[in-house]
Ligand binder design. Structure first.
Ligand SMILES: Nc1[nH]c(=O)nc2c1ncn2[C@H]1C[C@H](O)[C@@H](COP(=O)(O)OP(=O)(O)OP(=O)(O)O)O1
Length: 171
């Protein structure tokens, strides 16, 4: 089954105790109740970059533009017990945006220090790849979820180059 193509965009800022990342509590849909990155599914005809900009605007009411997003890698989420949930994620980082993040119907945003990520409220796999990616390692990650669709069965991580060499053909 072909994985759905989704995006995530991590906004980064300098806080009083070091760098901070914008995450949010998901209010609806996939992963409701978890603290997640801002992002979602690509719409027909959209590139990952365009989708990331749209999702940031829709979910946290902030404007980011494609030229300010930095490609950070990819994450392939595989749910062997629920292959219809498989997702291929293109991840971006940015330190530039316009506006102040605010709550939407989909997410309640909040800034977190990189050293104090709320890993117990995030997907169990997140600690295996989120800190590395937001600290600037460009990675191609493959996450295989366990039979409960929550725990981590396997995580494979490889360095990846630019988006042209990292993305799946046709993605
Ligand atoms: N195992 C996992 N760990 C993780 O950290 N994020 C995951 C994950 N599996 C999926 N995700 C993320 C990727 C994607 O950004 C998000 C799901 O996309 P969406 O929020 O768009 O889904 P929804 O079904 O809620 O919304 P729609 O796109 O509006 O249908 O969940």
């Amino acid at each position: 089954m072909t994985a759905a193509h989704v995006t995530l965009c991590f906004l980064l800022r300098d806080g009083s105790d070091g760098q901070e990342v914008l995450l949010g509590t998901k209010k609806t849909g996939f992963g409701t109740g978890k603290v997640v990155g801002v992002g979602g599914h690509l719409e027909a005809g959209e590139t990952a970059l365009e989708a990331a900009c749209r999702e940031v605007r829709e979910e946290v009411h902030v404007t980011v533009v494609p030229q300010d997003l930095v490609f950070a890698g990819t994450v392939d989420f595989e749910f062997p017990r629920r292959p219809e949930w498989n997702m291929f994620t293109t991840v971006f980082l940015t330190g530039k945006w316009e506006g102040e993040p605010s709550e939407s119907d989909e997410i309640t945003p909040r800034w977190y220090g990189l050293e104090t990520l709320p890993v117990e409220q995030m997907w169990a796999d997140a600690e295996h790849w989120v800190p590395a990616m937001i600290s600037g390692q460009r990675l191609a990650v493959r996450v295989i979820l366990a039979d409960d669709n929550e725990s981590v069965a396997e995580v494979h991580t490889a360095a990846c180059g630019d988006s042209a060499t990292c993305l799946q053909p046709g993605a």
